[in-house]
Design a protein around this ligand. Structure first.
Ligand SMILES: [Zn+2]
Ligand SMILES: [Zn+2]
Ligand SMILES: [Zn+2]
Length: 300
């Protein structure tokens, strides 16, 4: 829960690309989610950290804004993990322009941080008149800052600092996972990714003693696939995305590298209905193992 000392980490959405119940799908997970509602229903994954820092800005950004308006109007920075459509909705950013938002709700320019393919997608999908990319962004009250995997940079105006690491995901997008430190609290945002690349593990290992993760959220697109408790005959997910057996190993490794603060909140998120488990089934598996199952609106 948020207190005045520590910035809250809010899960705004907890699904992979199709949502749950998923568009056009009538699988068991989607049917049960439709029937039960509550935390079984998931929109696309994004997070907010301490108000100031938004992580990903996908097709459900409007819904997040409507549900968490007081929190999101403190947004100063958007960190984009990668340019997949469930994590980035370029055209909605334009509505920060004064012809759309007639009275500005945000305190300042919104700083968008992403890799080069993210900038390319913004340039391709935002509509431009005679303006250049820079002019369009300025006119909309936006700024773009490019980062690469294995970068680090401060977040102006909010005592924040970001470290980026290569993810094991759609390589052409230069996807990244992040360590975000905000006002003394560090979050590890670890989707979308499979088992992390060796270079990322090496870079993380070097941070021992320098960084302690207070809240970690790992990619669980494959849910319980490959675990005895998962769907019969399912294989473990290790590449591109993870499932439970890979996640348990990843938490063991983070622990053995000395990167988890005492009392670190270990969580999983970014679920696909194709993983084959309901929220209730995920909780039954993870909670005895000390891992929190993400759901929309959960504050960590
Ligand atoms: Zn995704
Ligand atoms: Zn489904
Ligand atoms: Zn993705």
């Amino acid at each position: 829960m948020e207190n005045h000392d520590k910035p809250a980490f809010t899960i705004l959405g907890s699904a992979a690309a199709e949502g749950i119940p998923a568009l056009f799908c009538d699988c068991r997970v989607c049917r049960e989610a439709a029937a039960k509602g509550g935390p079984e229903v998931r929109v696309r994954t994004s997070y907010n950290f301490g108000g100031d820092v938004q992580i990903d800005f996908g097709p459900d950004a409007l819904q997040a804004w409507q549900g968490h308006r007081d929190l999101l109007r403190r947004m100063r920075h958007v960190l984009v993990t990668h340019a997949h459509e469930d994590h980035l909705q370029p055209t909605d950013l334009v509505y920060k322009g004064r012809w759309f938002a007639s009275v500005a709700a945000l305190p300042s320019v919104l700083e968008i941080h992403g890799t080069a393919p993210t900038r390319e997608r913004l340039a391709r999908e935002i509509w431009f008149g005679e303006e250049t990319f820079a002019e369009k962004f300025r006119n909309c009250g936006l700024a773009f800052h490019e980062f690469k995997p294995f970068d680090s940079f401060p977040l102006a105006g909010c005592d924040g600092f970001v470290r980026t690491f290569a993810a094991d995901h759609w390589k052409k997008l230069d996807p990244c996972v992040f360590l975000v430190t905000l006002r003394g609290r560090t979050a590890f945002v670890c989707n979308d990714t499979g088992w992390l690349p060796d270079a990322t593990w090496d870079a993380l290992a070097k941070l021992r003693g320098e960084v302690a993760i207070d809240v970690a959220v790992l990619d669980d697109t494959g849910m319980l696939a490959g675990a005895p408790e998962g769907p019969a005959g399912s294989d473990v997910w290790t590449r591109g995305h993870m499932s439970a057996p890979t996640i348990l190993k990843a938490y063991d490794k983070l622990d053995s590298l000395g990167l988890l603060a005492p009392g670190c909140i270990r969580a999983v998120n970014h679920f696909s209905h194709n993983g084959g488990s309901t929220h209730g089934e995920l909780r039954a598996f993870y909670e005895p193992r000390g891992i929190v199952v993400g759901h929309d609106g959960l504050v960590l």
